[in-house]
Design a protein around this ligand. Structure first.
Ligand SMILES: [Zn+2]
Ligand SMILES: [Zn+2]
Length: 421
């Protein structure tokens, strides 16, 4: 019986007090994306499961273990979206957005679903702010989105973040690397963790990504991908470094950053923080030049990133001072007739964008004043029989310093004039 009244394990309610912080962060995400010329879009919560198998990759943990999938009554196999890129790419192809003038710059703020073991800041339903930039082969595209993420995190004043970048090569040069990596780890097959044993043949790059202690020492001496990438990939990587250097965006080259998805080519990057324990990546992304062709459209280069908003909220929760929108005025009433008048005044005030609250509880005057204090109203007034007869009402500032007599007839207009002075 009890379980009906609690949210499913691994999910998270966002209560009004927390939502102010969400709103604040979302506003900054929107503002920064628009500053870089990105436009927002949204896709459905579920897609055909095949989309994620083809794009994220059959061998990935996401597709093998973490997706919420189901069949509808017609037997169609669907899945709740586990990440953003696949769905955004599907939509841009379906609606022909890649046929118009490039680059196409998209951002999204959406919820995603993965059936993972819940941890601090990690939920089965989680939110990401992400961007995708289509059409640019040059490393300035990576620079542009890294610069956007950097600007976003800076504006939020997220401290102690480091940008880690790496190249995982292209289809050509990665083959050699994966071969060497597999050969290397085969020697330690009996000593690596169970997950890594599977990765060895399903998704060998992810061997570098393992957080288990027992695998740590083998990672240290593993072949370094940057020694394997082809001339084209190397130049691309160096160009990105030049852009970052020139624009004073600090970074470290980290050959262990691989990202867990099949579609990345060349650049991958993460913004990591030391403040969240093991779950340290707050933003991750990279280049995925082959994905669009793989999904059946003409080959188009692309880059993108995703920022986990739940973790960001955890980091910032007690550090952000929000200027709450406080109600400008509380308009109380002593009886039903006065309340009718108060409702008209409230309607007129709100039409002038003045935040107004009125008595919804038929409370005593004393309780109404208590309430006006609790909601931090700037001004208050109480309309009663006397006020209706005189056709005017006394408006006080809650600090007690100011006092105005305002006509009930022209209340909104006169009050607005006072607010402006
Ligand atoms: Zn290459
Ligand atoms: Zn491992």
């Amino acid at each position: 019986m009890k379980t009906i009244y609690s949210a499913p394990r691994g999910t998270n309610d966002i209560l009004p007090e927390d939502y102010k912080i969400w709103q604040y962060i979302i506003d900054i995400a929107i503002e920064n994306s628009e500053k870089f010329g990105f436009f927002r879009m949204q896709t459905p919560t579920f897609e055909n499961i095949e989309l994620f198998k083809r794009s994220v990759g059959d061998g990935t943990d996401i597709v093998q273990k973490e997706m919420f999938s189901f069949k509808d009554s017609k037997g169609r196999h669907l899945a709740l979206r586990p990440e953003g890129t696949a769905a955004i790419v599907r939509a841009t192809i379906q609606h022909g957005l890649l046929n118009s003038s490039l680059p196409l710059k998209i951002f999204y703020i959406m919820n995603f679903f993965r059936n993972e073991r819940p941890q601090t800041g990690r939920y089965k339903e989680f939110y990401q702010f992400g961007v995708e930039l289509f059409g640019a082969y040059s490393a300035i595209a990576e620079f542009e989105i890294i610069s956007l993420a950097y600007s976003f995190l800076n504006e939020l004043n997220v401290k102690d973040t480091n940008l880690n970048i790496n190249s995982i090569g292209c289809q050509d040069c990665r083959k050699n690397y994966v071969y060497s990596l597999t050969k290397y780890f085969e020697k330690y097959k009996e000593k690596i963790c169970e997950n890594c044993k599977n990765r060895l043949y399903n998704n060998p790059l992810r061997l570098l990504d393992c957080k288990e202690k027992q695998c740590e020492e083998f990672k240290l001496n593993a072949p370094n991908i940057l020694n394997y990438v082809c001339a084209d990939c190397k130049t691309h990587f160096n160009t990105l470094c030049n852009f970052l250097n020139l624009n004073n965006i600090p970074y470290s080259v980290n050959p262990y950053i691989v990202r867990g998805l099949d579609y990345y080519t060349k650049t991958v990057f993460e913004f990591v923080t030391n403040n969240l324990g093991a779950q340290n990546a707050i933003c991750g992304g990279g280049r995925y030049d082959d994905l669009i062709q793989k999904l059946g459209a003409p080959s188009t280069p692309a880059v993108g990133f995703g920022v986990g908003l739940n973790r960001l909220i955890l980091l910032l929760k007690n550090k952000i001072k929000i200027n709450y929108k406080i109600p400008h005025i509380y308009v109380g009433a002593t009886d039903e007739e006065a309340l009718y008048k108060a409702s008209v005044i409230a309607t007129n005030l709100r039409a002038r964008n003045i935040i107004t609250q009125t008595d919804l509880m038929s409370r005593s005057v004393k309780s109404q004043m208590k309430y006006a204090n609790r909601i931090k109203a700037m001004f208050s007034c109480i309309i009663g029989k006397n006020e209706l007869t005189k056709n005017s009402v006394n408006v006080k500032s809650m600090s007690g310093e100011e006092n105005f007599n305002i006509s009930i007839q022209n209340f909104a207009e006169e009050f607005e004039r006072i607010l402006k002075n």
